[in-house]
Ligand binder design. Structure first.
Ligand code: 3PG
Length: 208
């Protein structure tokens, strides 16, 4: 599966920053049960790699990837642990080289038209728009729709239940990413049924 096919699986990709490795599997199961099969585990905690591996092994129906991938050296490791894709808040030539060498689908981040053009030159058609809300949100995506007609975006950063539909109604939005479907307080309380309900609500957004 390439990034376009992965993005087509669900309107929302939960962005998960997992502090306790034991939360990984029940969290992934709750999100999957709610209807969100694509999961991004950010590499920002000491347990991130273990969480990624646990989800890949124990919840094989999920399509789990690694987020906050900043260094080429992480690519081989996440792939070995079972990641199906990599996400970065930005992009570097080294990350392009490493993900291509590994054959790992990659969602690189952009914040400007020029960054998007550089990645389009290299063959990328689906890009993360980050930090979406702070960088112009729906208005930015609308404005680039015509000039960057061949590109689609996965906006992430500052998106919530209240703004998701506005993003997903745009023709150049493939899906959105966000942490609101797995709030820290609910994870800390191991309230998996609340997370399943949030995922169910997020899974029925309509895309254009
Ligand atoms: C992130 O990398 O933190 C994601 O963009 C999630 O952002 P959010 O917490 O604002 O949804």
């Amino acid at each position: 599966m390439d990034i376009s096919a992965i993005a087509a699986l669900a309107p929302v990709i939960p962005v998960l920053t997992i502090e306790r490795a034991a939360d990984a599997v029940p969290l992934a199961r709750a999100l999957l049960k709610g209807g969100l099969p694509v999961l991004e585990v950010t590499l920002r905690t000491a347990t991130a790699m273990a969480a990624l591996e646990a989800i890949a092994k124990e919840v094989p129906e999920a399509v789990v990837g690694a987020g906050t991938v900043l260094e080429a050296a992480q690519v081989e490791q996440i792939q070995r642990l079972g990641a199906k894709f990599a996400v970065s808040p930005g992009c570097t030539p080294a990350l392009v080289t490493a993900t291509r060498a590994a054959g790992l689908p990659f969602l690189p981040g952009v914040q400007t038209v020029s960054e998007a053009m550089v990645l389009a030159e290299q063959g990328y058609r689906v890009l993360k728009f980050f930090p979406a809300d702070a960088a112009g949100g729906v208005a930015w995506l609308k404005a680039v729709g015509a000039p960057l007609a061949g590109l689609r975006f996965c906006p992430t950063g500052g998106i919530g239940a209240d703004t998701t539909q506005a993003y997903l109604s745009l023709a150049n939005v493939a899906c959105v990413g966000g942490s609101w479907v797995a709030p820290r307080a609910a994870v800390d309380a191991r309230d998996w049924s609340q997370i399943e309900r949030l995922a169910a609500a997020a899974s029925i957004y309509k895309r254009s």
